[in-house]
Design a protein around this ligand. Structure first.
Ligand SMILES: [Zn+2]
Ligand SMILES: [Zn+2]
Length: 346
């Protein structure tokens, strides 16, 4: 089968690889129909994720059809259409029992990281019974690829951890796919304002279309001053950090209102300053989280009910044989205006 293989920092190729096989009775093999590329895949290619070893098939998002199931898997049959969660969970360890699937002692984010991933024709899914979600008939499967990672991430790490409330004020720093996923799912709670902050004019235009109440270009404008103008000089109740660099985390600290929450979503590779000399008396909270995908069943229902339209995040389409071009398009989003690139695997 064809698969996109990581060969060390800066090196990847579309290789011929053997079909994956069931290696535990709790496994399933899924024929991947649609997958996509994540910002995390670009981090791996930069060499930022040393736990991902050369030879690894990348990808942790996708939908497909069950090809075979291990003897211990119940509730899934060959031929079922399934959504693949980016987080594998055994459902039984202490962390899984607490709903923290990302910290599953034999799972978590392993797909396309510690084990071969979804940018291939077939993928082996461990703990299949609790890591795959059957897709209800009649749903747009392409759109559901957005539910493998980015929508639960934007929702759980941003909106839930940020305690977005009806009538509250929200700022999202970073209008990439994850920031936009937070923007879409924050609207479940009817906040009074959702202010999107990003240097990219195209992304801000998309944000406006997706329901932002204000957009700030933080290269040409002073984002703190603009947010203060919009919030009677108090700042926002919830700041969602969806970039992952020191300057954006520091910006969030300037935007949070007394009693507010900074919900970090970004993947940070270096240390950041925390301005406790300004924040110590402001009753704020700072949260961190890796997505647990506990909200996936709920998000599936909102898509089915037409309350959430994840397909609007898809900007480009490729076949698996052209996945190197898909990576180029996704890596140069400022020029190509890519949000999510959809890859047809079969
Ligand atoms: Zn991802
Ligand atoms: Zn577990």
């Amino acid at each position: 089968m064809k698969a996109l293989v990581y060969h060390g920092p800066g090196e990847k190729s579309l290789d011929e690889r053997p079909m994956p096989e069931l290696s535990a009775p709790t496994d399933a093999i899924v024929k991947v129909t649609r997958t996509t590329i994540c910002g995390t895949d670009l981090h791996i290619l930069k060499g930022d994720v040393p736990t991902c070893e050369p030879g690894r098939i990348l990808g942790h998002e996708g939908v497909g059809v069950v090809h075979s199931v291990g003897s211990a898997v119940s509730g899934l049959s060959v031929g079922d259409h399934v959504l693949i969660s980016c987080i594998s969970s055994c459902g039984q360890c202490e962390y899984c029992r607490r709903g923290m699937y990302s910290h599953c002692t034999t799972g978590g984010w392993i797909l396309g990281h510690r084990i071969d991933g979804t940018q291939a024709e077939y993928v082996r899914i461990p703990h299949a019974q609790t890591s795959l979600y059957r897709i209800p008939a009649g749903l747009d499967e392409e759109a559901l690829v957005m539910l493998s990672d980015i929508l639960p991430t934007g929702f759980e790490c941003g909106v839930l951890n940020g305690k977005v409330q009806p009538g509250s004020t929200v700022a999202v720093v970073g209008a990439g796919p994850i920031g936009l996923a937070s923007l879409l799912t924050a609207q479940f709670y009817s906040p009074a304002q959702i202010i999107m902050i990003d240097p990219d004019a195209n992304r801000l235009e998309v944000a406006q279309r997706f329901g932002a109440t204000a957009c700030i270009d933080n290269v040409h404008a002073d984002a703190v001053a603009e947010v203060m103008k919009l919030t009677d000089s108090v700042g926002v109740d919830c700041v969602i950090e969806a970039v992952g660099i020191p300057s954006t985390f520091e910006l969030c600290q300037g935007l949070v209102a007394p009693g507010g929450t900074i919900a970090n979503v970004g993947v940070h590779g270096v240390k950041c300053d925390l301005h406790l000399e300004k924040l110590w008396d402001r009753n704020i909270a700072i949260t961190t989280r890796l997505v647990d995908t506990v909200s996936t069943p709920m998000l599936l229902k909102t898509v089915k009910a037409g309350r959430l339209d994840p397909a609007q995040l898809i900007t480009h389409r490729f076949q698996l044989v052209d996945i190197l071009a898909a990576y180029e398009t996704f890596a140069h989003a400022a020029n190509t205006h890519a949000l999510k690139v959809l890859i047809e695997a079969s």
